[in-house]
Design a protein around this ligand. Structure first.
Ligand SMILES: Nc1ncnc2c1ncn2[C@@H]1O[C@H](COP(=O)(O)OP(=O)(O)OP(=O)(O)O)[C@@H](O)[C@H]1O
Length: 293
């Protein structure tokens, strides 16, 4: 990936704007958190892409993608390096536009509402469409508890009990039992895999509709990877998940559906079994069988 530090942009968004959040698109979900249980019930949010093109200046990196990310499913995005996976992902929560000269054409609909419509509040979009990055990026000066609560503060979610929501999110991220006795210890003191689950807890704490994951396991060892994969499977009961991965085994293990991109085009998308065993396009067959990477 050649883009400049989207992780830093996300950190800056949160750290600099905690006290200055604009009005959201629709009322924030302040429903009572249930500290005893991880997220369980389906909420059913869909993202629909219609003719999405993403540009860096004059260069078109995503060349007109039509695709639906279905509710309560994991959609794995695969394809060779440079095919536009991360660019497309960052277009979906409007992070692409942070890059000078970058722009998006086409429609990106969250439950039928165009996220790029004039006057739309970008902070609200990023609350509803959360993102987890390649490298775990806990806020370095914050404790475990503060890291998870950071999004609540940023979004001015005041009418929920923050401690309850922190526990709910940490349980949802499969981390509660490992950290419940040291919530005030620094987040960066956790292992890499724990830090990534902490970042997932931070993302789910504000109850987004959709979670975008950009190679969330690429910096993790195999055991931590397995834990995060198990977690993703559980989280889909509550959230719509888009998972960019270089790892085809991971796509096969975790993806309900898989989308294959090549040179900025979406070649095909479908049920993961079909994409891996009986794809329509010869380029998909060649890629999933390892003939090129
Ligand atoms: N900041 C940028 N400025 C200009 N071009 C960029 C920028 N970021 C990415 N690109 C180009 O856009 C295209 C798509 O890149 P992108 O990072 O989205 O691909 P990718 O499939 O996610 O790759 P990888 O798997 O290596 O992360 C590439 O040709 C890349 O060089």
């Amino acid at each position: 990936m050649t883009s400049p530090n989207p992780d830093n942009a996300a950190i800056r968004d949160l750290e600099e704007a905690v006290s200055d959040a604009p009005t959201p698109l629709r009322p924030l979900d302040s429903g009572a958190a249930t500290p005893a249980a991880a997220p369980t019930t389906g909420t059913g949010h869909t993202v629909t892409l219609k003719g999405v093109k993403s540009f860096y200046g004059d260069a078109m990196a995503v060349k007109g993608v039509d695709l639906e990310y279905r509710a309560n499913e994991v959609t794995a995005m695969i394809g060779p390096s440079g095919c536009g996976k991360s660019t497309l992902l960052r277009s979906i929560n409007r992070m692409h536009e942070e890059i000078p000269g970058a722009r998006v054409e086409g429609e990106i609909l969250l439950d039928g509402v165009d996220i790029n419509a004039a006057g739309t509040d970008v902070v609200a979009i990023r609350r509803m469409i959360g993102m987890v990055f390649q490298r775990p990026n806990p806020f370095p000066t914050m404790s475990i508890r503060e890291n998870v609560a950071a999004g609540l503060r940023f979004n001015k979610i005041k009418d929920v009990d923050h401690d309850e929501r922190v526990e709910w999110a940490l349980r949802g991220a499969g981390l509660w039992d490992e950290v419940k006795d040291r919530l005030d210890a620094p987040g960066v003191g956790l292992s890499g895999g724990q830090q990534q689950r902490l970042c997932i807890a931070r993302t789910i704490a504000i109850k987004p509709d959709v979670i975008l994951m950009d190679e969330p396991c690429s910096a993790l060892d195999p055991i931590a990877t397995l834990k995060v994969e198990e977690l993703i499977q559980e989280l889909k009961q509550e959230f719509t998940i888009v998972l960019v991965t270089h790892n085809m085994q991971q796509a096969a293990r975790v993806g309900d559906r898989t989308a294959f991109m090549y040179l900025g085009d979406l070649v095909e998308a479908g049920p993961t079994d079909k994409i891996f065993t009986n794809p329509e396009d010869p380029r998909t067959e060649e890629y999933v069988s390892g003939k090129f990477s």
